[in-house]
Write a protein that binds this ligand. Structure first.
Ligand SMILES: N[C@@H](CCC(=O)N[C@@H](CS)C(=O)NCC(=O)O)C(=O)O
Length: 206
């Protein structure tokens, strides 16, 4: 059985849990990180020297970095369309997954920490506004793409949708003025209709 080390309310753990569930994999998840701690022990650091979550254990094989884990699971256990068949589609899947981690994740993290993990009196309005501006610009890039496609690679849900899909729940659930992005909203609504997305991603924001 696969083991995932990481608390359920981490967006990076959610990518792995939602992906595994969609692939029909049997996974044991262990609460580590945040209030649970356990990610600074010698044992944990021997598996993941960053002290971050998630970490995947597949038998003796250990893997960290959530997007790498999603790619590995889809390639090893998934079939098309989760793991795209053509090199071109795989290239585009990597493009959106890397775009998320490099471009969108940093301002989304600022927004999340400011609006969810910081009390109103301690928030930094300039940081909030800057993050909203960056996120709005980036989600608009995706909205423009989704105006012509049901999912990131076209007609079918694939590994490309997993990282941005998890982040889209946060974008639509936090309380702040959002720009109207109808294609993005329609795509996110399609994800929200999936029972496994509800179970693994649509959890209380804490
Ligand atoms: N690039 C890493 C980032 C991992 C990361 O920053 N995880 C956060 C949770 S989302 C973490 O470990 N935080 C420390 C903690 O939860 O104690 C990945 O995608 O796996």
């Amino acid at each position: 059985m696969l083991k995932v080390l990481g608390r359920a309310n981490s967006v990076n753990v959610q990518k792995v849990m939602w992906c595994s569930a969609e692939l029909g994999l049997d996974v044991e998840r262990v609460d580590i990180g945040g209030a649970f701690g356990g990610n600074d022990t010698d044992d944990y650091l021997a598996q993941n020297p960053n002290g971050r979550i998630p970490t995947l254990l597949d038998g003796d094989f250990v893997l960290w970095e959530s997007n790498a884990i999603v790619r590995y699971l889809c390639e090893k256990y998934g079939t098309s369309p989760w793991f795209p068949v053509t090199l071109e589609n795989r290239g585009h899947a990597s493009q959106w997954m890397d775009w998320y981690i490099a471009e969108l994740h940093p301002p989304m993290t600022t927004l999340f920490w400011q609006l969810i993990r910081t009390s109103p009196d301690k928030r930094d309005p300039a940081a909030v506004n800057k993050a909203i501006e960056s996120c709005s610009r980036l989600w608009t890039v995706l909205d423009t793409h989704l105006a012509k496609h049901n999912y990131l690679l076209g007609d079918d849900l694939s590994m490309a949708d997993i990282p941005v899909g998890c982040s889209a729940y946060r974008w639509h659930s936090m309380d702040f003025p959002r720009p109207e992005l109808p294609a993005l909203k329609a795509w996110w609504t399609r994800l929200s209709d999936r029972p496994l997305y509800k179970t693994h991603v649509m959890l209380p924001l804490t």
